[in-house]
Design a protein around this ligand. Structure first.
Ligand code: ZN
Length: 159
């Protein structure tokens, strides 16, 4: 099977399984993605990242696991033996850990913005007309409200 980050074939008995949260809250993932796949995705992202918020929102809705090759795993500081075990279990049974659920949008969006800057050296020019931008702003508003009430906002947010 192919690596979900670089698309290269994952050799037998190697490989790691990450949750979407683990995969896309890492700026280095986005840096890699923009460096290698931006030209193919430009119509969805916009020339200057105008639709980045919508794009990240789509990614964050993905509740499947991410299979990674050895080389892509180097981008992550995540327990490798656990991630490898998840990969093996998934190959044998098709099962993923129960906490591999839907992702928090705000930290994923922050990671994507950082990754954009790492890849291109500029901030993405977010378009206020991007339907997810008001949504992103509202997530931050929720975050602030919940912090004031002493609650963990992501628990509130998570579906
Ligand atoms: Zn890879």
């Amino acid at each position: 099977m192919g690596c979900d980050v670089c698309s290269k074939e994952i050799p037998r008995d190697t490989g790691y399984m990450l949750s979407t949260t683990q995969a896309i809250t890492n700026p280095r993932y986005w840096e890699f993605f923009f460096r290698h796949y931006y030209p193919q995705q430009v119509e969805y992202l916009g020339r200057n990242g105008e639709r980045l918020a919508s794009y990240v929102l789509g990614r964050a809705a993905d509740n499947t696991g991410w299979a990674l090759c050895e080389s892509c795993m180097q981008m992550y500081s995540i327990n490798k033996s656990k991630a490898h075990q998840y990969f093996e279990t998934w190959q044998q049974t098709g099962r993923l850990p129960s906490d591999f659920g839907t992702v928090d949008f705000a930290p994923s969006f922050d990671a994507a913005k950082k990754g954009w800057k790492l890849a291109f050296g500029t901030e993405p020019m977010l378009d206020a007309k991007d339907s997810a931008v008001p949504f992103a702003a509202s997530v931050h508003a929720v975050q602030r409200t919940m912090e004031m009430k002493g609650k963990k906002w992501w628990k509130f947010w998570k579906r």
